[in-house]
Design a protein around this ligand. Structure first.
Ligand SMILES: [Zn+2]
Length: 296
């Protein structure tokens, strides 16, 4: 037994020990009471919010609330201002919230370069892409991702023996990008191709499927998408127009997952054209992402 342990034991053996125990018991009681009240209040809040989302309006009671807002460091903010046009479309309050969330991703995701050095610009642009597509939700953390792997250009996947530009790898909890192709997604901002947005939506979709039962952000995203697919099933002419217009690339019609990702790529890149060609579908995607900022 070391000297510190002996001191504690002798302290407890002294006459005052009942008082020490009383204080400890009272403290534990107070902490437990606070925890119980917190857990019950949170449960009641989430119950009412879920009922509101499911039966009244697809809106969360609040989106942004942080005990301590993280400040983005100056060099990251500079990259954001100069190289991420979406950020400049936000108002000052939205920018602060946007920066907080970018800093969260930079702090919590591991960025791994494969034959390439990870730069600040890579971290900022990837984190900003994830922040952009989740900015309408309170639950923005994309829980199924904990790392980002970056290759300089297209990479060969030994899993399916194919060359890839990027992917969401659910087994590895990772977003994987060819940096050359990630950058191309932003080089032309209105060609409806954005690798970063595409893969982030796959990850978000997967993460929401897992948390739908208790997560109102997931409920808004998935239930609105379900409404959209029902609308399309009920309107054959609209469905045909969607396919024949050529506005959405053919890959959208591979399956539901690709459909969601391509819908959002088009929504982000060419909102005006989307709205004028398919106003109802545009409205649904806007509702699905709760995207009520930056002029959308
Ligand atoms: Zn895809």
């Amino acid at each position: 037994m070391n000297t510190n342990m002996l001191k504690i034991v002798s302290l407890l053996q002294k006459q005052e020990s009942p008082l020490v125990f009383k204080i400890v018991v009272i403290l534990l009681g107070v902490i437990t009471a606070f925890l119980v009240v917190f857990i019950i209040s949170r449960g009641v809040f989430l119950f009412f919010e879920m009922a509101f989302v499911e039966f009244f309006k697809k809106k969360q009671f609040f989106i942004h609330f942080y005990f301590r807002k993280k400040k983005l460091s100056q060099n990251y903010r500079l990259i954001l201002k100069q190289e991420f046009s979406f950020y400049n479309k936000l108002n000052p309050i939205e920018r602060k919230n946007f920066e907080h969330r970018i800093q969260y991703f930079i702090n919590n995701w591991e960025f791994i370069g494969k034959e390439i050095e990870v730069t600040n610009a890579m971290k900022v642009k990837i984190a900003a892409t994830a922040t952009k597509i989740t900015f309408g939700f309170r639950d923005y953390k994309i829980q199924c991702i904990d790392k980002v792997v970056i290759y300089p250009r297209t990479y060969f996947s030994t899993i399916n023996q194919q060359w890839h530009k990027g992917e969401f790898n659910m087994g590895y909890n990772a977003l994987i990008f060819s940096w050359e192709d990630f950058i191309k997604g932003y080089a032309i901002e209105d060609d409806n191709l954005n690798l970063g947005v595409h893969e982030c939506i796959h990850a978000l979709h997967f993460s929401f499927l897992k948390s739908r039962r208790y997560n109102t952000s997931a409920a808004i995203f998935l239930d609105t998408f379900l409404e959209l697919t029902r609308d399309l099933d009920a309107d054959d002419a609209l469905k045909q127009k969607l396919i024949s217009s050529g506005y959405f690339r053919a890959y959208a019609f591979e399956n539901q997952f690709e459909f969601i990702s391509v819908l959002v790529e088009n929504f982000i890149e060419t909102p005006s054209e989307f709205r004028s060609q398919f106003p109802n579908i545009y409205g649904k995607v806007k509702m699905m992402l709760n995207f009520n900022f930056a002029g959308y």
